[in-house]
Every structure is written in C-alpha cells, then in structure tokens.
Design a protein around this ligand. Structure first.
Ligand SMILES: *[C@@H]1O[C@H](CO)[C@@H](O)[C@H](O)[C@H]1NC(C)=O
Ligand SMILES: *[C@@H]1O[C@H](CO)[C@@H](O)[C@H](O)[C@H]1NC(C)=O
Ligand SMILES: *[C@@H]1O[C@H](CO)[C@@H](O)[C@H](O)[C@H]1NC(C)=O
Ligand SMILES: *[C@@H]1O[C@H](CO)[C@@H](O)[C@H](O)[C@H]1NC(C)=O
Ligand SMILES: *[C@@H]1O[C@H](CO)[C@@H](O)[C@H](O)[C@H]1NC(C)=O
Ligand SMILES: *[C@@H]1O[C@H](CO)[C@@H](O)[C@H](O)[C@H]1NC(C)=O
Ligand SMILES: *[C@@H]1O[C@H](CO)[C@@H](O)[C@H](O)[C@H]1NC(C)=O
Ligand SMILES: *[C@@H]1O[C@H](CO)[C@@H](O)[C@H](O)[C@H]1NC(C)=O
Ligand SMILES: *[C@@H]1O[C@H](CO)[C@@H](O)[C@H](O)[C@H]1NC(C)=O
Length: 468
C-alpha cells in the first residue's frame, strides 16, 4: 500500500490541473505536434521550480520527472516549463514522457561543473572525446527509453557554453564536455521546435537509437566556438532530420557511428537517415559531414534541399586508415550554396585516433556517393576528393552540378586522388577520374523510408490558472 500513495497523489494532482484547465474562460490552449499525446500534465513550479535565473532547478526537474514516470503506463505525462529563466544542471528523462518548453521559457545550463554528473565514455568511442576518462552527462539526458519527446513553442535551451569553451581551450578540463541533449539506447524519440543556444559542445546527440525525429530546431553558437556540432545522429537507425536552421562552429549535421577499434567492435551502423531542408552557416565546417567517426558504418543517407551560406564545404566525408567501417549509398539531391571553400570534400586521411590501440590496417570502404542538382556561387575550389591508396573510393556519381567561382579561385578546381566515378552535366569540368559519362540523374531511391511516414499528432496543453 505504501508505495501506492505517491501514485494516487500524483493522479489527483494531474486530474486537478486537468479539470482546472477545462475552464477556458480565463485561459488559452497551446497545441504542438507530438509522436504521441499525453494524458497528464504538470508544471515545473508544482515541484518547487523557480524561474528567477538564479535558483538551481536540477532537483525540481528530476523530482518532477521521477514522479511523472509513474504515469508512463497510464497514458504518460508532459512536464511544462513555463515562462521564466530556469537554471539547472543535468537531469534525466523518462519513458512515455514529453518535456514541453514554453516559448517564453529559457532553460539555462549551470556553468558549475559540480552540477553535471560524470558518466562512462560511450562504448563505441572507448574514451571521452576531449579527455580519455569519463564525460559530463548532457544537460538533458535519457537512456534506455521508449517514446520520449522534447519540444516546445520554440522555447530556449541555453548551454551558457562560454565557460566550457574557455576551459577547454585552456586545457583546464579533466573530463569531456557535456552535450545539450543526449538520448542513448532509445526508441521513438522526438526533438522539435526548440531554440538551442551556446552548447558547451555538440547540441543534439541521439546514439544507439531507432526511430528519431528532429524537426524545426534553431541552433546557434558562435562560428568560432569549439565542437558545437548541430545534430549528430550516431549509430542510429531510422532518423528524420528536417527543417532545421543551424549556425555553428562545427558541422551543422554530422552522421557518425563510433571510433576506430571501439566502433568496429561495437559494430552499430547509422542507416536509413533523411536530412531534408537543412539551412546551415558554418564557415569552418560542413553543412553535412559523414564521419569522421564511422567505424560502425554509415549507409542509406538521403540529403535533400540543403541551403548553405558561408560554409566551408557542403557535404564532407571524413575517414582514415584505422577507422574500418564504411560510408555507402549516400544520396544528395538539391543543394543551393553560397560562399564555400569546397563544394565537394572527401578526406581519406583524417587521422585523430582514440588511442594507440587502433588497427592501422583497418581500411574504411567508401562507395556509392551520389550528388545531383547542385548550384553553388562564390566557390574557391569545386572539389577536394582524396581517397586512400589501395583503398580507392568508388562509384561516385555527379549530375547537374553548376559551380560559379569566387573572384580568386584556386587554379586547380578538381583536386582528385584515389577516387573513381562518373559525371554528367557538371561545370567546371571534373577531374579525369570522374570524367566518364554518367547518367543524366544520379541514383536517388524512389521508395521512401519508413520514418518518412511517421506522422505527428496534434497535442494540446490547456493553460489553467496554475499553469502558464
Ligand atoms: C472558471 O474561471 C472563472 C475565472 O477564474 C471563474 O469565475 C469560474 O467560476 C470558473 N468556472 C468553473 C466551472 O470552474
Ligand atoms: C542519470 O542517468 C545516469 C546514467 O544512467 C546516472 O549515472 C545518473 O545517476 C542519473 N541521475 C539521476 C539523478 O538519476
Ligand atoms: C559549484 O557547486 C558546488 C556544489 O554545490 C559549490 O560548492 C561551489 O561553490 C560551486 N562553485 C561555484 C563557482 O559557484
Ligand atoms: C540499456 O540498454 C543497453 C543496450 O541494450 C544495455 O546494454 C544496458 O544494460 C541498458 N542499461 C540499463 C540501465 O538498463
Ligand atoms: C519555431 O521556429 C520554426 C523555425 O523558425 C518555425 O518554422 C516554427 O513555426 C516555429 N514553431 C513554433 C511553434 O513557434
Ligand atoms: C556487424 O554487424 C553486421 C550486422 O549488423 C554483421 O553483418 C557483420 O558481420 C558485423 N561485423 C562484425 C565485424 O562483427
Ligand atoms: C538559391 O538561394 C538564393 C538565396 O537564398 C535564391 O535567390 C536562389 O533563387 C536559389 N537558387 C536556386 C537554384 O534554388
Ligand atoms: C565571396 O567569398 C569571399 C570569401 O571567399 C567573401 O569574402 C565574399 O564576401 C564573398 N562574396 C559574396 C558576394 O558573397
Ligand atoms: C590537393 O589535395 C591534397 C590533399 O589530398 C593537398 O595536399 C594538396 O595541397 C591539394 N592541392 C591543391 C592544388 O589544392
């Protein structure tokens, strides 16, 4: 009986806020798109949260989520973060749960390291990325979950990364920096309609997940901030990344799958991924990167309708000896690019190993890379394509590509080594290795991916007097 008590209390609380909410004479309702709607609602202030920008809310978040987790099997719950500034350290999500961040709410990541617990390195990476040992848990963390949604009315999550960047650059960190959002080993994940600002490192990191939807995110970090990648699907299957706007100091989207010997052993690929209508600004990085960590393999990635401005390269494949794994069946269609160093960039000697235990003979296989319908202006060098000696990157296809050069372009426009492929209707004229006549349109799968058909429902939050 004793452990029934908190459960009943919570039901009452949930019902009371719902019934109050039914009174709409003094309240409005908000709708949002969700994989699933929830039966119960609660507000962070119900659990002692204070949105004054000073009070630490880690315990309020964790208490709220732990209590609401009891409702998982009874229709699930949504936790509303109301208007205000909510300072917090890292907290953990639960299953059948929605975190809803109101448009006037700002979650502020604590700059104090003690508010971020340490967790083990990722098994497919073996070590932390900044330092060999443990890593700080992300601000919003979840593992082994089913059906979890982080969304809002474009409310903000501000990682206040400046302190982290300074300490990282000064070599003052003993552990790897945290991400803003990391979801591990989970199924049915939605991250949408948020503004993410100044992450200490990567912004959104789903890893070992299936069925992931990432939509309508606005991600901003200074263009010189270290490792502030936008969205990094890592060893995930069935991922839909659409309508995102990203300005950052590193790759806007980067598909990954583990690092050298650890990634080869873990052997979990990233596949069936859609990246559509990405808008990117990143002067020192790529709009979409594949790798460099790709040791579990990357395949069937479909990148459509990309817009990039003042970005170092459009699509970049990064790998090297020691990685093993593969990058194959990559389909790119529709890119509108303005001001680029390279449109096409493939790097076969990226280097960067987790430790000395990597196998220098672990050869990555790169093949079946298709690019169609590309318009670019103000470009310094059209392509820098470097395969690996004795490991030629094969089946590269280019169709309908038009690149206008910058005022002072490189003399050599196609710098190709150890690559093989075909082209059709490409200007400037490709290198000999790609000069063979290809199809008028490079392959793009006609059958859509299963994740593309995953519909979002319209869910509502009714605002009562105790709510927002
Ligand atoms: C609805 O709210 C109004 C204003 O707060 C109040 O006067 C009214 O009694 C409420 N109605 C119900 C059914 O609770
Ligand atoms: C959050 O999850 C991590 C990893 O499972 C764990 O180490 C940590 O203790 C959890 N924190 C809380 C407050 O439950
Ligand atoms: C960080 O938090 C710890 C533990 O709560 C506290 O002792 C310490 O004073 C804080 N540091 C700063 C710089 O606020
Ligand atoms: C989470 O899932 C992984 C992969 O299935 C498993 O190895 C791990 O033990 C699980 N962790 C917990 C805390 O259940
Ligand atoms: C959030 O921002 C995106 C991008 O600007 C916009 O398309 C979307 O309509 C906004 N959503 C809400 C709920 O305000
Ligand atoms: C990796 O997993 C795939 C199936 O997912 C399997 O076909 C392959 O043999 C595995 N490779 C290794 C090296 O274990
Ligand atoms: C590319 O984008 C620019 C500016 O956003 C626009 O003016 C132009 O029409 C676009 N070109 C194509 C071919 O879509
Ligand atoms: C063209 O690119 C150069 C950098 O290579 C940049 O300085 C310049 O502003 C760009 N011009 C236009 C018209 O965008
Ligand atoms: C061509 O690319 C190689 C790397 O593969 C680089 O070392 C070389 O400087 C490049 N040359 C030109 C002219 O861009």
């Amino acid at each position: 009986m004793a452990n029934l008590f908190p459960f009943m209390l919570l039901i009452l609380l949930a019902y009371s806020s719902v019934s109050e909410c039914i009174n709409s004479t003094n309240s409005g309702s908000i709708t949002y798109k969700g994989l699933r709607c929830r039966k119960y609602s609660a507000v962070l202030t119900d659990f002692g949260g204070k949105g004054d920008g000073v009070t630490l809310n880690t315990q309020a978040f964790q208490k709220a989520i732990d209590k609401l987790s009891i409702l998982a099997k009874h229709g699930g719950a949504q936790l509303i973060v109301p208007p205000g500034k909510w300072l917090t350290g890292s907290f953990n999500l639960t299953s059948f749960f929605t975190l809803y961040i109101h448009k006037d709410a700002v979650i502020l990541g604590s700059p104090n390291e003690s508010d971020w617990p340490l967790i083990a390195p990722l098994p497919s990476y073996g070590v932390g990325r900044d330092t060999p040992g443990p890593r700080f848990a992300s601000l919003i963390f979840g593992t082994n979950l089913t059906d979890v949604i982080i969304t809002g009315g474009n409310g903000t999550i501000d990682g206040q990364g400046k302190t982290w960047w300074t300490n990282f650059r000064g070599g003052k960190l003993k552990n790897t920096r945290p991400y803003l959002i990391e979801i591990m080993h989970s199924k049915n994940v939605q991250i949408s309609n948020l503004v993410l600002v100044d992450s200490p490192s990567w912004n959104v990191h789903p890893i070992y997940c299936t069925n992931v939807i990432i939509e309508q995110l606005t991600i901003r970090a200074p263009i010189d901030s270290p490792n502030t990648d936008g969205i990094n699907p890592d060893s995930c299957t069935n991922v839909r990344i659409v309508d995102n706007y990203i300005v950052s100091g590193d790759d806007c989207v980067s598909v990954k799958s583990g690092w050298d010997q650890y990634g080869i052993k873990y052997n979990k690929s990233s596949e069936h991924i859609i990246i559509r209508r990405l808008t990117c600004i990143s002067p020192d990085s790529a709009a979409v990167a594949l790798g460099s960590e790709m040791s579990g393999g990357i395949q069937d990635v479909r990148i459509e309708d990309t817009v990039a401005i003042n970005t170092q390269s459009a699509i970049r494949i990064k790998t090297g000896l020691g990685r093993g794994g593969f990058v194959k069946n990559i389909f790119v269609k529709g890119m509108n690019l303005t001001t680029m160093k390279y449109v096409f960039w493939i790097t076969g000697n990226y280097g960067s190993h987790p430790d000395n235990g990597f196998n220098p003979n672990a050869m990555p296989v790169i093949k079946g890379i298709h690019y169609g319908d590309v318009v670019a202006v103000n470009v310094t060098q059209t392509a820098n394509l470097a395969g690996i000696p004795k490991g030629t990157f094969k089946d590269i296809c280019l169709s309908n590509v038009h690149v206008e050069l910058a005022k002072k372009p490189k003399k050599i426009q196609w710098n190709c080594t150890n690559v093989e492929g075909v082209s059709n209707n490409v200007t400037p004229q490709p290198c000999g290795m790609l000069a063979a006549k290809g199809p008028t349109k490079c392959d793009f799968p006609t059958k859509s991916l299963w994740i593309d058909g995953m519909m979002l429902k319209t869910c509502s939050i009714v605002l009562g007097p105790h709510n927002v």
